[in-house]
Write a protein that binds this ligand. Structure first.
Ligand SMILES: C[S@@+](CC[C@H](N)C(=O)[O-])C[C@H]1O[C@@H](n2cnc3c(N)ncnc32)[C@H](O)[C@@H]1O
Length: 371
């Protein structure tokens, strides 16, 4: 990227970056409190009366101060903060119909995992919205307002998790479940959650699942599929690697494809590889990728780092140069594919005006460019 600075950019861009970091550091503070370690972030609301357990009080407890103004950088979290009860999980069709407690077969078993009351969880993907006028990614936090219900988690003999059905999976897969219709293809079987939810829909004719792991397929066929009732008759499982299977799919053979062969955002490679393979190959089949918005959100964050780096170098601005150096270190570590994607997107770009910066700051434009 070539960055040609100007007096206007010099006057406006530092304020832009500062504004962005005000919100970003508030959100990062919350995210660092909700780590993967169990029971890390349990709110101390033990004596609270029902009426006190509101999203504003919960976000205030996390922020460490009472939020009273819309200008507070923690404020955007409130609208997405959700209180959950047992019924929210147990009323989900999969939990309502399928009993997997203690099921074991071959290398796999289903364990039940239970959170604690007032434990803070991430229940959905980040949401892109304007914070202080600029695109930011707001985490969706939630908590159990009363006694939690146990989740299913599929583990192998070493105790590694292959798939769980927590609120996070339920909500992040729901847009794909809503979109599924006609002849549906899905890549990655796991616990068959998506396959079941799609097959329950009257406008879904069939669900073809492509899964490479024989043990997962056996577990599903023995322990899970027999509980699917009539919906199960729509489901067909094929043992194959998704990357070998997809090039053989004819356009129009399926109406909708949901790809989910990664365990989370940390597994970037299969996401980008599959998107490159399938991206523009199909007109008759709509493709959806689990966590796509979050992956592309990371690219948008990478693009912001590239812009800051360009500015810092053009201006020899010490503070921003320091930021740019840490971004560069992350990029050079080679650990994060999204940096490489962001670099590639920006490689031939010339930034000359504030409008150019504004264009590349917008998530909608980055999404368009990634297509
Ligand atoms: C997170 S799980 C999928 C969960 C599933 N969507 C559900 O609703 O239960 C990912 C699955 O993808 C499978 N998988 C990973 N890489 C694959 C590949 N290249 N081809 C086919 N399946 C793959 C894994 O074995 C695992 O069963």
């Amino acid at each position: 990227m070539k960055f040609v600075s100007s007096r206007r950019i010099r006057n406006l861009f530092p304020g832009y970056i500062e504004n962005y970091f005000t919100y970003q550091s508030a959100f990062s503070q919350i995210l660092s409190m909700i780590s993967d370690t169990k029971y890390d972030c349990v709110l101390n609301l033990g004596n609270a009366k029902d009426g006190d357990i509101t999203p504003v009080n919960v976000v205030s407890a996390l922020a460490g101060h009472q939020i009273t103004s819309e200008q507070d950088p923690f404020y955007p979290l409130i609208a997405h903060c959700k209180a959950f009860s047992r019924e929210d999980l147990l009323g989900n069709p999969y939990y309502r119909d399928i009993r997997l407690e203690g099921c074991e077969l071959g290398d796999f078993r289903v364990a039940s995992v239970i959170d604690r009351q007032f434990e803070v969880i991430l229940w959905n993907e980040v949401v892109c919205e304007k914070c202080g006028g600029l695109d930011s990614f707001v985490p969706c936090i939630g908590f159990w307002k009363d006694e939690p219900a146990p989740y299913y988690i599929l583990q192998d003999k070493e105790g590694n998790g292959w798939m769980s059905v927590t609120f996070n999976e339920i909500f992040t897969m729901q847009p794909a479940v809503d979109e599924a219709k006609g002849r549906v293809l899905t890549l990655g079987l796991g616990l068959g959650y998506f396959a079941y939810m799609a097959a329950l829909k009257p406008d879904v004719e069939s669900v073809t699942v492509v899964e490479r792991n024989e043990g997962i397929i056996e577990f599903f066929k023995e322990k899970i599929l027999p509980q699917f009732g009539e919906a199960g008759a729509k489901i067909r499982v094929m043992q194959e690697d998704a990357f070998e299977f997809m090039p053989k799919v004819q356009d129009g053979e399926y109406d909708f494809c949901f790809a989910d062969i990664w365990n989370g955002l940390q597994e970037e490679k299969p996401f980008y590889a599959l998107r490159n393979l399938c991206g523009s190959s199909y007109r008759g089949m709509k493709m959806a990728y689990w966590l796509e918005n979050s992956f592309l959100g990371q690219v948008a964050t990478g693009v912001k780092a590239v812009l800051m780096e360009g500015f810092a170098e053009a201006e020899q601005e010490k503070t921003w140069l320091q930021l740019a150096i840490s971004a560069k270190q992350l990029r050079d570590s080679g650990k994060y594919e999204f940096f490489a994607v962001a670099d590639k997107l920006m490689q031939d770009v010339v930034i000359r005006t504030m409008e150019d910066i504004e264009y590349y700051w917008e998530f909608a434009n980055i999404k368009k460019l990634c297509e």
